[in-house]
Design a binder for this molecule. Structure first.
Ligand SMILES: Nc1nc2c(ncn2[C@@H]2O[C@H](COP(=O)(O)OP(=O)(O)O)[C@@H](O)[C@H]2O)c(=O)[nH]1
Ligand SMILES: [Mg+2]
Length: 242
């Protein structure tokens, strides 16, 4: 390939828009903003759940669906590199879940969410939860158009993670210290994790939870339901002034 041909060819992972090439993250943010507008138009609260693999995201969502699935119309999108396993686990407890298989990509991107929401019926939905691919690194950089980002840190993964993966904690509104039932058996200091997370993001809220014993589940469900109420109130105000 000659030099000229090379220079006019859009690089992989870029979007050519008129004469402007928008880089991958800018393109992601453009789609994320459209998702945010669509969710605002519909009054749907959107939550992006992130964590390392195995920190308890799907188990938490199963337990959440069991507890508030009848009070609030909820749908779940769940991302993984391969398999439909998490969506199946969520459907087993009566949740409406759609699996996004990324085919090897280590995070969800806004355009994947856009495609997924076109494939599901959002009529009457009040809460859309996205379980991101298990990874504390890449998902931190991709805005999905969510209202809130919630990051789990499990007692089993060590209390040094916030400082090692700061961007995830910087961009999250809520940190759930999961598998709290295992605290008596592990060298994990909740105070240290909270201190480290707040040194990065002073506003981050914290709830200790255990999907197994139910510890913190009422607090988490109340947090979610309060945000659903706020979103609906903002939607109603917007419609009245339109
Ligand atoms: N002890 C304990 N184990 C948990 C808890 N939540 C999840 N697990 C276990 O942790 C493993 C990974 O959970 P999963 O929900 O699949 O994590 P994900 O990869 O973040 O979705 C499973 O074996 C769960 O049974 C919890 O609160 N306490
Ligand atoms: Mg999972």
């Amino acid at each position: 390939m000659g030099k000229t041909a090379k220079s006019t060819k859009a690089a992989r992972g870029t979007v050519a828009c008129d004469n402007t090439t928008i880089n991958l993250l800018k393109a992601n943010d453009f789609v994320a903003e459209n998702i945010r507008k669509e969710m605002a138009r519909r009054g749907i609260l959107m939550i992006n759940i992130t964590s390392s693999p195995g920190s308890g995201k799907t188990t938490l969502l199963q337990e959440t669906a069991r507890r508030i699935g009848k009070q609030v119309h909820m749908k779940i999108l769940v991302g993984d590199l391969e398999t439909e396993r998490d969506a199946e686990r969520l459907r087993e407890v009566g949740a409406e879940a759609l699996q996004i298989v990324t085919g090897g990509i280590c995070h969800l991107e806004a355009q994947m969410i856009w495609q997924a929401i076109e494939a599901i019926d959002l009529e009457g939905v009040e809460l859309l939860i996205v379980e991101n691919v298990g990874n504390l690194v890449c998902p931190a950089s991709f805005d999905l158009g969510e209202d809130y980002r919630v990051t789990l840190i499990a007692t089993t993964e060590g209390d040094d993670k916030p400082r090692k993966y700061p961007r995830m904690f910087l961009t999250s509104e809520l940190m759930l210290v999961s598998k709290a039932d295992l605290l008596p058996y592990l060298p994990f200091e909740v105070e240290k994790v909270v201190e480290d997370a707040r040194s990065i993001n002073p506003d981050i809220e914290v709830i200790e939870i255990s999907s197994l014993t139910g510890q913190g589940m009422d607090q988490w469900c109340t947090w979610l339901l309060d945000r659903v109420t706020e979103k609906k109130a903002a939607h109603a105000t917007q419609q009245n002034t339109a």
